[in-house]
Write a protein that binds this ligand. Sequence first.
Ligand SMILES: *Cc1c(COP(=O)(O)O)cnc(C)c1O
Length: 404
Amino acid sequence: MFKAQHSGQTHLFIPGPTNVPEAVRQAMNVAQQDMRAADFGQLTLPLFEGLKKVFKTMGGEVMLFPGSGTSAWEAAITNTLNPGDKVLMARYGQFSTLWVKMAEMLGLEPIVVDVPWGAGVPWKEFGRILGRDKDDEIKAVFVTHNETATGVVSDIEAVRRVMDECFHEALLFVDGVSSIGSMDFRMDQWGVDLAVTGSQKGLMMPAGLGILGVSQKALEASKTATMRRAYYDFADMRAFNKDGYFPYTPPTPLLHGLRAALGLIEAEGLEAVFARHARLAEGVRRGVKAWGLDTVAEHHSLYSNTVTAVRVPEGVDAREVLRIAYEELNASFGSGLSRLAGKVFRIGHLGSFNEGMTLTALSLAELALVKAGARVPLGAGVAAASNWFAHGAAAPGVMAVAAE
Ligand SMILES: *Cc1c(COP(=O)(O)O)cnc(C)c1O
């Protein structure tokens, strides 16, 4: 479908791919180069070190696979597990659901805990299940750190704690595709064995790199794991990576982009990047509250700082809100996925994002909501977020702007 002609900026407020900073885009505009040249490692070796800082790992290694985040999921599984292995997983949104599906397709035997979409990882239930598993039959625990479908962040530290409390030996797999680089992630401290991300979310790049943090324990497991793998084999990758090369043709423009993106993160400061995401996300949530709408996240402790899933009022179709935003306002928001279709739209506020973009997202969202028939007080969301940005709190009275 073609959009009507628009002038001016096209607005991308989806939780990935995210907006690519101009410096990163320029950095990718390079001539093709010799990937076997003696000095190729000068480009690549610092990328591994830079990513280790973002993953917060000293002991682990980082690998870059051509592919998207999903390819890194597959690499993590096939390199460290065996066909028929029992693994512990939970479903609380579309991405955690898809990970279960992949585990089944690859021949694992997932023990699945289903919780409502809007809840986080059921770590207490995980603790009970792991505690009963006296013979360590469960080989891995999988957690989606930030469930992009629901805007829910889960407590990885709590999962690690319940694993440690029963001295469980399982590997800990964490999907950090929409958190790593935007929200605090502590691979070593949380004892994460396989940390998965992709290039097109917090790292502010186009899709094309599946990025994996691998602990020493996971590397050890990879030496005996019997699942079939070829393209995504760790051993091949490590043998070449140690000198900065790849076992096959790497997407060199993306590597240049990654260098620029890591440079931006380092210049701003990783903790400052997290603080910015927290500040902008709080602005979005205050805006949503001022509309009188709810988030999908069930509790404030579960609020994601990279994506907010907003429930539209009864009688309004979220698909219509998205259509109007796209066709009439030149703005893309994330759709409600799977069982949330029609009920929810999502605002992505991660990566290269700032106050101006946050306020634009809120103003266009409320416009689309009203055009789609929602009784939302125009300007209320923007005012609430502006007050938060200006004063660190909403000024009294601002929230009271009456619905028409
Ligand atoms: C985007 C996303 C994925 C999928 O990554 P792709 O890069 O699209 O393969 C997986 N998990 C989460 C949490 C995501 O946000």
